[in-house]
Design a protein around this ligand. Structure first.
Ligand SMILES: [Cu+2]
Length: 145
């Protein structure tokens, strides 16, 4: 087989197996006080192709959940989602007071303002292939700080 054909076949394989490219902007986390066991994390996530955020882990927490806020009988309620859809090219905002946020449970340590907290996001594309993205969330009291 000629080198040219080999190269073009390789290129085709790479193109077919391209994973969703995901960009995370301004990841941040709320500082905690001593003994506090739960805190929230926020960010904006954009995928180049249709995908889903299917899980999050962090070394600082026993469990990390994706939460959705909904209005039920005039009361705001939150529930854990098994996955969060990421529509191609559309930024999904996880923000205080918004539709979605991330919650960390059973914190192993206090999170102090100025800390950098690692989070690993698991993304599943529309062909059910998973990839992970590591982000560092800045501990601060608001998105703007
Ligand atoms: Cu929550």
């Amino acid at each position: 087989m000629s080198r040219l054909i080999q190269t073009s076949m390789l290129f085709t394989l790479l193109t077919l197996s391209a994973y969703a490219e995901v960009t995370v902007q301004n990841p941040w986390i709320r500082p905690s006080v001593p003994q506090q066991k739960v805190t929230g994390a926020f960010m904006s996530i954009t995928s180049t192709t249709d995908a889903r955020l299917v899980g999050i882990t962090s070394p600082v927490a026993e469990r990390v959940e994706i939460h959705e806020m909904t209005m039920e009988n005039d009361v705001m309620k939150m529930r854990a989602l098994s996955s969060l859809p990421l529509v191609a090219g559309k930024a999904v905002k996880l923000a205080p007071g918004g539709s979605y946020h991330i919650m960390l449970f059973d914190l192993h340590q206090q999170i102090k303002a100025g800390d950098t907290i690692p989070l690993t996001l698991t993304i599943e594309d529309d062909q059910k292939r998973q990839s992970s993205i590591k982000v560092k969330a800045n501990a601060k009291r608001s998105a703007a700080q």
